[in-house]
Design a protein around this ligand. Structure first.
Ligand code: SOE
Length: 376
């Protein structure tokens, strides 16, 4: 049984979720590892209390000194995105395995450097696209992989939030220069991650994005493009490498939607519906059912399904659980030496895709997405 020592950099919202998830991850029965929450790094004045409350053994306001510690195996980067690259690259150079929140950086060139550095150093990396590890989504993937659903035909997905209405306009997320990745980069990246996880890679996109104005509904396109403005909503069409097609919608101004991922897809032998707000279940339909029984059936996930945690379905799978499941994949990848996904190469691909959506919106044309092999 191996003990892996983790240092977390960034004790905000994601730091809290990751603190819970690192404690939960070793509970995966076949993990063959324990996790020690060794150090938390942040510059907040209440760090000693936060460290105690979140269960970290030591704390520091200096990530560079923590990177020098030989006993630390994993660096978990949860700062705002503009600091990810510097910390992650230094951690890779120090021989640490690195988990990094999404986006791994807002800059495509930097993302490619990060992916290359990790590969050259032989350390394992993973990116925080946590929702793909929801057991119902893992099950949808299995149904496609083992052929029970046939071939992918059409994906229709959205990620909607209403946080924009009440968010502080001076928050770091609000401007590109302070790390904001916009709604497409922040939550759109999750829904395309899920879509590509299930359907394979997207070949090209056509898009419209908008930025919110406090006076009128949306800023004009010239104001949006000319300013340091993040996008607040977007829609895009996608064509997958397989020939499958997809539609996507994201918004931070979707009243009533707290944190709502929803998708459905059609495949040649059946279809699937998923709603994050009812994330225990996957609704599945098969075309070869007896006609009088045909229709969507509701599958409650349990340990009979990939990534399922509990023997009894219906006990609940929440945000901490899916974050813990992603750490289980990461840990298995470290122990086996085979790595896990999404890694930094996939994170760079995600960034290229987000950039292609932005470019498609500005150019008014379909934009090709570079092949994933180019970012690996
Ligand atoms: C804010 O939109 C946010 O915290 C995202 O950054 C996360 O990725 C998502 O899980 C919840 O919402």
């Amino acid at each position: 049984m191996r003990d892996l020592k983790v240092a977390l950099v960034g004790g905000g919202f994601m730091g809290k979720a990751h603190s819970l998830a690192w404690s939960m991850a070793p509970i995966g029965l076949d993990l063959n590892a324990t996790v020690t929450k060794e150090a938390i790094v942040d510059i907040r004045p209440d760090l000693p209390d936060v460290a105690r409350q979140l269960g970290w053994n030591t704390f520091s306001d200096d990530w560079k000194s923590v990177l020098k510690r030989d006993d630390i195996d994993i660096i978990d980067v949860c700062t705002p995105p503009q600091f990810h690259a510097e910390i992650a690259l230094a951690a890779i150079a120090a021989g640490k395995h690195v988990f990094c929140e999404k986006p791994i950086t807002n800059d495509v060139a930097e993302a490619l450097v990060m992916a290359k550095a990790a590969r050259a150093a032989g350390v394992q990396t993973q990116v925080g696209f946590n929702y793909r590890h929801t057991p119902a989504i893992s099950f949808a993937k299995l149904l496609l992989e083992d052929g029970r659903l046939g071939r992918p035909l059409q994906f229709r997905g959205s990620f909607l939030q209403e946080g924009g209405f009440t968010a502080d306009p001076n928050r770091w997320r609000a401007l590109k220069s302070t790390g904001g990745s916009g709604t497409v980069g922040d939550i759109g990246s999750h829904i395309v991650d899920i879509a590509e996880y299930l359907f394979g890679d997207i070949r090209r996109v056509s898009a419209r994005v908008r930025s919110r104005d406090t006076e009128v509904a949306w800023k004009s396109e010239s104001e949006r493009i000319g300013g340091d403005l993040i996008d607040d909503a977007g829609v895009w069409l996608a064509e997958f490498e397989s020939g499958a097609i997809g539609t996507f919608a994201v918004s931070s101004f979707a009243s009533g939607h707290k944190n709502h991922i929803g998708f459905e897809f059609d495949a040649s032998r059946g279809g699937v519906e998923f709603d994050w707000n009812d994330r225990e279940v996957l609704r599945v339909s098969f075309i070869d059912e007896e006609p009088d029984l045909a229709g969507f059936r509701t599958i409650s996930t349990s340990d009979k399904h990939p990534d399922g945690w509990w023997r009894l379905a219906g006990l609940g799978t929440g945000y901490p659980e899916i974050s813990a499941i992603q750490f289980q994949h990461f840990i298995r990848g470290i122990l086996s030496g085979e790595g896990s996904h999404p890694d930094f190469g996939d994170g760079a691909h995600s960034q290229l895709l987000v950039e292609a959506i932005a470019e498609a919106a500005v150019s008014d044309h379909w934009v090709d997405v570079p092949r994933r092999s180019e970012s690996r």
